[in-house]
Design a protein around this ligand. Structure first.
Ligand SMILES: Nc1ncnc2c1ncn2[C@@H]1O[C@H](COP(=O)(O)OP(=O)(O)OP(=O)(O)O)[C@@H](O)[C@H]1O
Length: 371
């Protein structure tokens, strides 16, 4: 088990990790998530004794890393796949680490096979692709057959087969009772790999809970319902009926309605009573990505802006011909693509028109907005 208590790291005026306390338990894959610069690598470096905490402490199976006897046999880590001597062959690289840790040579060939690098064993690592480097880093982590494993962005640069392989490897290592702590920005992959999550933002703990619980806590399930395209008034009638019945209704970009507060059978009954034929009625479970985006949106340090492409083009190369411009669909606010916002976080619920044909106004002050 990894245990951090009040872990803090300051670099001058910058607090990279701020009073972090958490446990990473054996038998689980624990995902370590956070926006760029939130302190994940710094935390991992402190766990591995590569950085000294400004205050607080972190232990592995009860001892600080530096006090573990023959740490390589207890803890394996992939932090930076590029941190290898480029002039060395892959096998030599692994062999030198094995010899330092009293690991038999046979084990080197075993891990090369596990990561699929047998054929590249005698290649110099400077010629390795990003994915091959990652595989070598994973082989290094597995060398001592450790009980505790840390992986910083292990799927970075891997092809789809490699990503699937890493997922299965992590799950197998956890099923064997090992402690597996893995950071990644690939939310779809984390949702499939991790059963527990530790989420940080600006160095602070934001969440420490099961993956499914995290998704349920930070997103709302909803129903998607779409009136038949052949019935132009159907959507208005449906929206009115659902809103009157106490549902919260948002417009989807494709003309469907996103409904919260009403069960699917009730939506079906209301549509039937309103004489609206449906082409779609489906439950939607929010993704880890949606839940993560919502939780971390205020903790993102590095945000992008649109590229104005100043003076690079005499005229806007993206300008549409006038007729196409006129037909373009009105822009839908980005927030509308995600699940309805959490209580008190604002948003644009769909307000049914008081007059037919008057669709899609927002309801900031609507009495029906009772979130
Ligand atoms: N050696 C250092 N000296 C000064 N500042 C540092 C140092 N290492 C990290 N930082 C700062 O600490 C903060 C956390 O960095 P860290 O690399 O731990 O984040 P991260 O969550 O791993 O980011 P990413 O997802 O981009 O890899 C950043 O603001 C970074 O600039």
């Amino acid at each position: 088990m990894i245990e951090a208590v009040g872990l803090t790291k300051r670099y001058g005026a910058k607090t990279a990790v701020d009073q972090l306390s958490f446990q990473v338990k054996p038998g689980h894959v624990t995902g370590f998530l956070g926006p760029n610069g939130s302190g994940k690598s710094t935390t991992m470096r402190m766990i591995l004794g590569l950085d000294r905490p400004t205050s607080g402490h972190v232990t592995i199976n009860g001892s600080p890393f530096r006090e573990l006897p023959n740490a390589q046999r207890h803890v394996g880590a992939l932090l930076d796949a590029k941190a290898v001597h480029g002039g060395r062959r892959a096998r030599t690289h692994l062999l030198s680490i094995a010899q330092l840790s009293g690991i038999p040579e046979k084990r080197v060939d075993e891990v090369l096979a596990v990561v699929g690098l047998q054929d590249a064993a005698r290649q110099r690592t400077k010629g390795f692709s990003l994915g091959m480097g990652q595989r070598l880093g994973i082989a290094t982590a597995l060398l001592g057959d450790p009980q505790v494993l840390l992986f910083d962005e292990p799927v970075n640069g891997l092809d789809p087969e490699g990503i699937l392989w890493v997922r299965n490897l992590m799950r197998r290592l956890a099923a064997e009772g090992r402690t597996v702590f893995v950071s990644s920005h690939l939310m779809s992959e984390m949702a499939l790999t991790a059963d527990h999550l530790i989420v940080i933002g600006r160095g602070r703990l934001l969440a420490d809970m099961g993956t499914q619980e995290f998704i349920a806590h930070n997103s709302a399930g909803f129903a998607r319902v779409r009136a038949a395209d052949t019935d132009p008034d159907g959507r208005d009638a449906l929206g009115t009926a659902l809103t009157r019945a106490g549902g919260r209704v948002l417009q989807e970009p494709d003309g469907a309605l996103r409904v919260t507060g009403l069960e699917l059978p009730r939506i079906s009954d209301l549509a039937h009573a309103a004489g609206v034929r449906l082409w779609e009625l489906s439950p939607h479970r929010a993704s880890l990505e949606e839940a993560y985006m919502r939780m971390t949106q205020s903790a993102v340090e590095y945000t992008s802006t649109d590229d104005p492409r100043a003076e690079l083009w005499e005229q806007d190369p993206l300008a549409l011909p006038a007729w196409e411009d006129e037909q373009a669909a009105p822009e839908v606010p980005r927030a509308a693509f995600f699940a309805p916002p959490p209580p008190g976080a604002g948003g644009s619920p769909f307000l049914m028109p008081s007059h037919p044909g008057e669709l899609a106004s927002t309801a900031k002050d609507s009495p029906e907005d009772t979130r």
